[in-house]
Structure formats: structure tokens, C-alpha cells
Design a protein around this ligand. Structure first.
Ligand code: GLU
Length: 490
């Protein structure tokens, strides 16, 4: 690419970052990084009622959590700022002066009621073809006097009368053509002086020297209008790339039930940012024919708009879970400890001092956890049995496993084996306990399940011998004693 690539992600802070927006951000970021260009974050906060600072901060947080960094924008600064649309009124006003001087914009004094009745008449006649350009014939001098006198007005674009089809080449969808009949002299600036989306976006994209507009195809119908504004401003039209919709497994628009939740909700549900980034990228992009799992740097290396699909993508929650599991298992024990520790602290299982003191112990625990983990939110329930003195035995497990008439004998034998074994580690424990079923003439499964329930409280848990070692002799014996008391009392 000869020109320096400059792309932007321009969320409206009317809500948190959802997965559709996150995918748009990822593609922009990957495209910029691939070309050594600039990734700009612009906050389209022009809707005063629905835009909040809280949402803006949540969007920044979610982008950072995903590993996306921006070169210009909030908190990063940059020479083309400000990066909040509400702070850019001067630019919109200045551009309007230019458009007015070149005859590309004119004031329209038609009231809302007038416009509505014209629309009604047109509808009856067969189809509303847009604003009838009534005010375009007012002379520039007369219009200036009325504007000066503060007569309520909007500013409209003067679409060239001889404008042919608006044709552009979309980097994803190919050549697209819109007949000018569908493009009336639309409003650029409202009566209250605020810019419309199509106007503000183009002024910003022009001043920020955006070279590629990569966004969701819900904006496709805005694009011909935006092209007209670029032309009116005498500015080069950027390349557009419209991303197809993400659909739910039912083939309909993504609903809350089928995955349309915020990026931060995925974080809270225990997904790893690398896995979510990888998964969202796959919703419309293929690195090659068959690579499903790839890192951010592989994505940057291989990102190409030519490989972005124009077909709708289907959000598959199971595939995301699977991919998350793949990333979980790839974490080194140290990396998993880094991610587990805050969760353990938050759950009250450890203090930060204890986490430091027990670092090696946590590193030994990590591989056992990694094998069974699909999501980080499974960590706390999986390991909590290791942290208290006593364990609460799941009633169903007790009824199923501890009701066997031989359980008391099995637990007594286990207790004495545990007391004697040296050292108290996985290998010695395994050797000592594996000898018991034969000696007692019971089924191995019955004995090990009884020990498991006694020590962990549940029939499903981390591997038994490793758990006993991590728990230590004292706590293991204490729990066996508690289970013996429970069994003997019933
Ligand atoms: N603020 C717009 C949105 O969130 C930006 C659209 C665009 O990229 O032009 O949909």
C-alpha cells in the first residue's frame, strides 16, 4: 500500500462493547498493524441522551482487555483530535462554512409539519422520493438574511442535479451502485446546530485522513450519502469495507440468549481474551483454509480484507468454549497462576500475601486445573476444596458413595495408610492406597470414590492423589476423620 493506512473504530458509547463491535475493532486494528498504519479510536458520542462516560470507559477497558491498542484516541492523544465527537463542533461548523461557500450546502427553512405533509402527498402519489429541494431555489442572499435573522433552519447538502449513480468498490462486497434518485438533499446540520451522523462521520474521517472505513454492513445504506459529503468537501473518498452481520445459531439476528452480550460479560464468564479475539476474528475471516487457532501476531501477519467473507457469520457458542479450552491448556503453569490468583483472592480463598507465599504450591496446582478447564470461571469451584480446613460433602455424593456398608472400614484403612506414608506425595500415596482394595477385598472404584468424596466433598474433582498431596497430610486425615464420623453416625 503506497499511502499510509489510517483506520478508525468509532463506537457510540450508548452501551458496552458487544461482540459485533469488537469484531469491527479487531479487523481495523489487525488491518492497521498489518500495514504498519495507524489505528484510531474515535468516540461517536453525539447522542447526548444515551452516551455516557461510564460506557466510554467500559469500551476502552474491553478493547484493552482484548489486547487492542490504539495509536490515536482517548487517553492516547494524537494530532488529529479531539477524538470525541462532542468536542469537535468547531470542525463541523468550519466544514459547513466551506460547503456553504462552495454551494454544496444550503439552509432549509421547511418546518417539520410542512415536510410531513409533503411526504404524505408524495406517498399517496406513489412513493416518497425524498426532500423536494424547495429551499434550494431560495437565492443565496435571501437565505443569508433569513439565517442571520435566526429563522429556524437545517442545513442540507446540495446533491449535484446531474449526479449519476454513486458507485464504489467495497473491499469486501465488490462493486456497489446506488441510484441518485434515492439520495435526496439530506440534512447535514439540524435546527439545533448538531451534526447528523452522516455529516459528522465524514468531516471526522476527512480531517483524520482515514484511508479505509471498515465497519458493519448496517451502515451500507449510509455510504452513498457519505460519499456525496466527501465529494462536496472536495476530499478523496476512502475505501469502504462493510462487514457482514453476525447471526445467532437460529440464523436470526444475534440475540442476548445466543451470544449478543458484552465483551466484558465474556471476561466475567471466564473466557480468555486471546480466545475471544481468535474466535471473533473467525466470524468472517479465514487466515487460510484450515487454521482455526492463531495468535494475535499471526493474525496481524496474515490479515487481508480480501479474506473477509461477505457471507453472514454464525455465532457458535460451543466453538468459542472449545477454543477457550484450547487456550487454557496452552497456558504455562505460571501463566495460569497469574490468571487464577486474582480469582482466588476475589473469592476469598487466599489473601495476596498467601498467594505470594504459596506460589510454588499454586504452580503445582495449575497443570491439574488446566487439564479440566474450559473457562476461567470454573477455577474457583474446582479448587475451593483445597482451601478450607473442612469440606462440605455434597449430599448426593454422600448418599451415593458413603452409604456403602464397607465405607467405614475403607476409610479407616485409608486413614492409617495416609498416616504412615512417607513422603506424603503423589507417588507414595498412589502406591500405598492402590494396595488397599485388594487387602480389603473391595472394588478399587468403591474405595477411591469414598476417599474422593471424603476429601473433596464431591464425586468429580481434580485427580485424587495429586489433590491429597496438595492438601497435605493433616488436612487429608482431618477430612477422612470427619467422613468416618459422618458414616458411623448414620
Ligand atoms: N458510531 C457509529 C456506530 O457505532 C460508527 C459507524 C461508522 O463506523 O461509521 O455504528
Amino acid at each position: 500500500m503506497t499511502q499510509d493506512v489510517r483506520v478508525r473504530f468509532a463506537p457510540s458509547p450508548t452501551g458496552h462493547l458487544h461482540i459485533g463491535g469488537a469484531r469491527t475493532a479487531i479487523y481495523n486494528w489487525a488491518f492497521a498493524r498489518h500495514h504498519g498504519g495507524t489505528f484510531i479510536l474515535r468516540i461517536d458520542d453525539t447522542d447526548p441522551e444515551r452516551s455516557t462516560t461510564e460506557n466510554t470507559l467500559a469500551i476502552l477497558r474491553a478493547l484493552r482487555w482484548l489486547g487492542l491498542d490504539w495509536d490515536e484516541g482517548p487517553e492516547a492523544g494524537g494530532t488529529r483530535g479531539p477524538y470525541f465527537q462532542t468536542q469537535r463542533s468547531a470542525s463541523y461548523a468550519e466544514a459547513l462554512v466551506t460547503l456553504r461557500a462552495s454551494g454544496h450546502a444550503y439552509p432549509c427553512f421547511c418546518s417539520a409539519e410542512e415536510l410531513e405533509s409533503k411526504r404524505e402527498v408524495a406517498r399517496v402519489k406513489g412513493g416518497y422520493a425524498g426532500y423536494d429541494r424547495a429551499c434550494r431555489s431560495i437565492s443565496v442572499a435571501d437565505a443569508a438574511v433569513r439565517v442571520e435573522a435566526k429563522e429556524p433552519h437545517v442545513w442540507r447538502i446540495a446533491v449535484p442535479q446531474d449526479r449519476g449513480d454513486v458507485v464504489f468498490h467495497d473491499a469486501v462486497r465488490g462493486e456497489l451502485s446506488f441510484p441518485p434518485a434515492a439520495l435526496d438533499d439530506f440534512v447535514l446540520v439540524r435546527t439545533d446546530g448538531t451534526p447528523t451522523y452522516n455529516y459528522a462521520t465524514v468531516v471526522d474521517d476527512a480531517l483524520m485522513e482515514i484511508t479505509h472505513v471498515i465497519r458493519g454492513d448496517d451502515h451500507l445504506s449510509n455510504t452513498p450519502r457519505q460519499i456525496l459529503v466527501f465529494e462536496a468537501l472536495g476530499h478523496d473518498v476512502p475505501t469502504f469495507a462493510h462487514l457482514s452481520m453476525i447471526l445467532g445459531a437460529d440464523g436470526k439476528r444475534l440475540s442476548k440468549r445466543l451470544g449478543a452480550v458484552s465483551v466484558e460479560a465474556y471476561r466475567d464468564d471466564g473466557f480468555l481474551p486471546e480466545a475471544l479475539l481468535n474466535y471473533l476474528t473467525l466470524l468472517g475471516f479465514a487466515l487460510d483454509g484450515d487454521t482455526t487457532v492463531f495468535s494475535a501476531s499471526q493474525l496481524i501477519e496474515g490479515f487481508d480484507l480480501e479474506r473477509v467473507s461477505k457471507n453472514a457469520a454464525i455465532f457458535d457458542a460451543e466453538k468459542l468454549e472449545w477454543l477457550n479450552g484450547v487456550y487454557m491448556r496452552e497456558l504455562t503453569p505460571e501463566a495460569l497462576v497469574d490468571r487464577m490468583t486474582p480469582l482466588l483472592i476475589e473469592a476469598g480463598l487466599l489473601t495476596s500475601d498467601e498467594a505470594l507465599a504459596r506460589h510454588d504450591w499454586l504452580v503445582a496446582l495449575a497443570p491439574l486445573v488446566a487439564q479440566r478447564l474450559k473457562r476461567m470461571d470454573e477455577v474457583v469451584p474446582m479448587v475451593s476444596f483445597l482451601f478450607a480446613d473442612d469440606v462440605e460433602i455434597d449430599p448426593a455424593a454422600r448418599d451415593k458413595v458413603l452409604s456403602d456398608s464397607h465405607v467405614s472400614v475403607m476409610l479407616h484403612a485409608t486413614r492409617s495408610a495416609m498416616s504412615d506414608v512417607e513422603p506424603y506425595d503423589t507417588t507414595s500415596l498412589e502406591a500405598a492406597l492402590k494396595a488397599l482394595p485388594e487387602a480389603l477385598d473391595v472394588k478399587p472404584k468403591a474405595l477411591f470414590q469414598a476417599v474422593r468424596v471424603a476429601v473433596t466433598g464431591s464425586t468429580v474433582s481434580l485427580p485424587l492423589f495429586e489433590s491429597l498431596e496438595l492438601l497435605g497430610r493433616d488436612l487429608s486425615v482431618r477430612r477422612i476423620d470427619a467422613a468416618i464420623a459422618l458414616v458411623d453416625a448414620s
